[in-house]
Design a protein around this ligand. Structure first.
Ligand SMILES: *Cc1c(COP(=O)(O)O)cnc(C)c1O
Length: 458
């Protein structure tokens, strides 16, 4: 299995290079050059536990890692999860809730970032060299990335967050990690300031190369790959439970990474009848799948902050398939988008953009009502992101079993939960954080200050 760029101007590379490169050198996104159809293996795969299934799926895409090594990378990655099933599905009401929040930071991003951390460590150990990860976060990704690489050889991680502007829980999930290779930087500024510092440092190529700077952004192919596994796993569980061959997934969506994994699993033969794309008020993707017009507008802050996104960084991978893998047209479309902030795609014959994907948005009020309803009627607490997924799933009713991805544990967003149901949601992992010692350095909102901090620490 080799890898190509959506924009068609990069030489093919192998899996390990795809993992280390992140973004393709021509500015596009990395994809496998083909997606094998594994329909005839589904019966056999449906018998496996999560870890064995992960091994079978991931090994198709990583032939350049010896099987024994890959197995131990995967074992290590999911050993940190708190649930024996790793990704259990619970039937609540008429929807299966696929709980993806049993990892170390209680959000689905652990599935990808635990694996990515172990892949980085393996590749660096075998090829030599080191990696200094620099990131900027307003919440979930930073802590999942820190937990993915803490204590790993040849890797340091530096995560900037806007001082006093992330939630207390999210800040503590980062700053309570005391491993010597983890550096938390509280920047005296906003999230945008953190991002612009990051952009400046990455564009300083001599500096970037000298200090082996790298990123763990949401476009890394290994992240999408790790997320494909739970679509297979959940489909098999629900097939057994419901007796139905096909299933639907509802996916709370921001950067289009999670739903893309489902889209690719379907392409490999998994019987997914429909993907329901759920957004909050930041609805660029909902508008696209309803009209064909992809047009940026301003980000509005909501109670599901990990979905407060306007330009979805993984969307280009979808467009590539939508355009029948025509990189020339894709390049033109992306150039137009960068110039004008908008593009339009024609609908299919049936008047749809995609017969597989439907999309809808849930407002803040609808989301809070759904949290209350599930709590009162079923004694089940939805986090605000998952509640968006449930709201939109209910808009598209069907007799086919529906699985909603639960992307975070409600205790991570305890202020919203408390205002909805009158008391906070709890989780033992988060409670123990209260008394945990922390390490964090304050730093000026200034590129040069961050640069000298890095040089001094590396
Ligand atoms: C990141 C995140 C999402 C959005 O996932 P994408 O892959 O960016 O679409 C949804 N919910 C939670 C809790 C997240 O952390």
């Amino acid at each position: 299995m080799k890898y190509i760029s959506t924009r068609g101007q990069m030489d093919v590379i192998d899996f390990q290079d795809a993992v280390m490169t992140g973004l393709a050198t021509d500015g596009g996104l990395i994809l496998p050059e083909s997606l094998p159809n594994i329909t005839d293996q589904l019966d056999k795969l449906s018998q496996l536990n999560y870890i064995d299934l992960a091994f079978e799926i991931i090994k198709i895409f990583a032939p350049d890692i010896p099987e024994d090594n890959l197995k131990s990378i995967i074992d290590k990655s999911y050993a940190s999860f708190h649930h024996p099933e790793i990704a259990p599905s619970i039937k609540v009401d008429d929807i299966y809730i696929l709980e993806l929040f049993h990892g170390p930071t209680l959000a689905f991003k652990d599935f990808a970032l635990q694996l990515l951390g172990n892949l980085f460590a393996y590749i660096l150990e075998h090829r030599g060299g080191c990696l200094n990860i620099l990131g900027a976060t307003s919440g979930d990704t930073g802590s999942a990335a820190i937990h993915g690489v803490r204590g790993k050889k040849n890797i340091n991680i530096f995560v900037m967050h806007p001082e006093g502007r992330t939630s207390r829980i999210q800040e503590k999930q980062m700053t309570s990690v005391l491993d010597p290779n983890v550096y938390n930087l509280a920047v005296d500024g906003t999230f945008d300031d953190c991002q612009s510092i990051m952009k400046k440092l990455f564009s300083d190529l001599p500096f970037k190369n000298k200090y082996s700077l790298g990123a763990v952004n949401s476009v890394n192919w290994a992240r999408v790959l790790a997320q494909m596994v739970y679509y297979f796993y959940a489909t098999f569980q629900i097939q057994k439970d419901s007796g139905s061959k096909s299933v639907r997934f509802s996916v709370p969506t921001g950067n289009f990474g999670d739903i893309l994994a489902g889209y690719l699993a379907k392409k490999m033969g998994l019987p997914i009848e429909q993907l329901i794309l759920a957004t909050n008020e930041n609805d660029i993707l909902t508008r696209f799948f309803s009209t064909g017009i992809y047009e940026q507008s301003k980000v509005v802050p909501t109670i599901s902050p990990s979905m407060d996104i306007q330009v979805a960084s993984n969307f280009e991978r979808y467009l590539y398939f939508k355009l029948n893998r025509d990189s020339d047209i894709l390049r033109e479309i992306m150039e137009n988008f960068n110039k004008s902030g908008g593009i339009e795609l024609p609908c299919d014959k049936g008047g749809l953009i995609d017969s597989l994907i439907v999309a809808g948005k849930a407002t803040t009020d609808m989301t809070i009502e759904m949290i209350k309803y599930y709590h009162k009627k079923y004694d089940y607490l939805l986090d605000p992101h998952t509640a968006v997924g449930v709201c939109v799933a209910k808009e598209f009713s069907s007799s086919i079993p529906t699985i909603c991805l639960a992307t975070a544990h409600p205790a991570k967003f305890t202020d919203t939960i408390e205002s909805a149901i009158g008391y906070p949601a709890l989780h033992p992992v988060l409670e123990s954080l209260d008394s945990a010692p922390t390490r964090c350095d304050s730093i000026d909102n200034d590129c040069e200050a961050v640069k000298s901090y890095l040089m001094k620490s590396i």
